[in-house]
Design a protein around this ligand. Structure first.
Ligand code: ADP
Ligand code: PAZ
Length: 403
């Protein structure tokens, strides 16, 4: 592996691989759960842009929601009688064989009205067509408190609140242990994904770096044992906010697209800009292409904002924030003697450059001794954890036990 400090390496990744990985990770797939196991359903996911409500909405028995500073994540559970491994006409006779499908949808938190409307629709359909007990809503994230009264009044069902960090850890541990093909690593050289059932023998301790609006760093020492060991206010909300000020992009995905086309050297001051062309500070492993100062070139260029390319700005800021989080993550892992680091939160958005920067930072700073892992449902750990808490308590939801 190259000894270059993180930064400016992305141009070497094959476009084909980036496309391949991002196509595979486009939207979080639904999950199938029954008593004997759990699996990812490989089919088109859903986005808030075009939510496809299930045909059998009366079968939606559980809803969980994680309302964060930026995004509200909803999960709904649809009880079903056909298993994904059987033909579509094959129906399970025995009720206890039944499994269910978990679907995932997200909204911007600023569109909380639309979000509550969707839950209302799911709940009303259930109530109209079924004599079963009413749907219970599990809520987590800061919005579970902020919007509690509104949700309780408008939905007219019981809303149970759960602590967001507990839910994150429950969701993480379950996804890692029980969902085959959920966790992957990125090869720092080629960016190809590596899926393995078991990456490492030591399950605990591990660390979760959850990159949402802000960053929370948690050390996990057992299935429900953890402590919050750090955090940073420079997170996903920072990237989203600054790029909406500095570029014309109107959505987060558009910002990520811009960043793919940019050259951060147009705004970042590189070591070579300080030491001279093609000269680095090799004594300390700082090559001429290493970023010496993010956005450090802007001032001396003496140009207006509209004279810089938004693509270059987007790439520079994404690199700056991802590198910073990677470095903080490494320092916490080192301080707390943890080798395996899981990155979660919607900031990652399964975006190859972001995952590559985080992987590269961890590998570089730890001298290859630590590992960076990613998850296909990276933004849904909290909402999944909230659902599991309820599913466990309620015996009528068949959830395989954690291994
Ligand atoms: N569609 C999107 N719209 C806005 N931000 C997004 C989107 N997808 C990913 N993000 C990024 O994810 C961050 C929110 O991550 P999330 O884990 O949902 O945190 P929170 O719980 O604080 O809302 C945003 O600040 C932004 O950086
Ligand atoms: C306050 C939060 C736990 C809220 O979670 P979020 O909605 O960002 O997912 C998080 O934004 C955070 O940990 N912020 C960093 C605070 C700090 O340690 O500086």
């Amino acid at each position: 592996m190259d000894t270059n400090k993180p930064g400016l390496r992305h141009s070497q990744i094959s476009e084909e691989i980036i496309e391949q990985v991002e196509r595979q990770l486009a939207e979080p797939p639904s999950l199938w759960l029954n008593l004997t196991g759990a699996q990812i359903l490989e089919e088109e996911g859903q986005d808030s842009k075009d939510i496809v409500l299930p045909n059998n909405r009366s079968q939606v028995t559980h809803i969980a929601i994680d309302i964060g500073g930026s995004l509200a994540k909803i999960l709904y559970y649809v009880r079903d009688t056909t298993s994904p491994s059987s033909s579509s006409s094959e129906v399970h006779e025995n009720v206890s064989d039944r499994g269910g499908r978990l679907s995932f949808v997200k909204f911007e938190t600023s569109k909380i009205d639309d979000c509550i409307q969707l839950m209302k629709q799911l709940i009303q359909d259930h109530a109209r067509e079924s004599r079963r007990k009413p749907v219970t809503v599990m809520a987590t994230g800061g919005g579970a408190y902020k919007f509690y009264d509104r949700m309780s009044e408008e939905l007219n069902v019981e809303v149970i609140r759960e602590d967001e960090m507990e839910c994150l850890i429950k969701g993480l541990n379950y996804l890692v242990s029980c969902i085959p093909g959920e966790v992957f690593m990125l090869n720092p050289e080629t960016c190809e994904m590596a899926f393995e059932e078991q990456f490492h023998d030591e399950k605990y301790p591990h660390m979760l770096v959850n990159i949402g609006s802000g960053v929370s760093i948690l050390k996990v020492t057992g299935p429900s044992k953890f402590e919050r060991i750090g955090g940073s206010s420079l997170g996903g909300g920072t990237l989203w906010g600054l790029l909406s000020l500095l570029t014309h992009a109107s959505s987060y995905d558009e910002m990520l697209e811009l960043s793919k086309k940019g050259d951060n050297a147009a705004v970042d001051m590189l070591v070579g800009d300080i030491y001279g062309e093609n000269v680095g500070y090799e004594r300390f492993g700082l090559k001429d292409s290493t970023i010496a100062s993010s956005f450090g070139k802007v001032f001396r260029e003496n140009k207006r904002l509209d004279e810089f390319l938004p693509e270059d700005i987007a790439r520079s800021l994404l690199l700056a924030i991802s590198n910073n989080i990677g470095q903080i993550a490494y320092l916490h892992a080192q301080k707390h003697n943890v080798k395996n680091i899981y990155f979660g939160g919607s900031f990652i958005r399964n975006h190859v450059q972001t995952m590559h920067t985080l992987t590269y930072a961890i590998k570089f700073w730890s001298n290859q001794t630590m590992n960076a892992y990613f998850l296909r449902h990276e933004g849904y750990l909290g909402v999944f954890g909230a659902f599991l808490k309820y599913a466990r308590a309620e015996s009528n939801v068949p959830v395989p036990p954690i291994s």
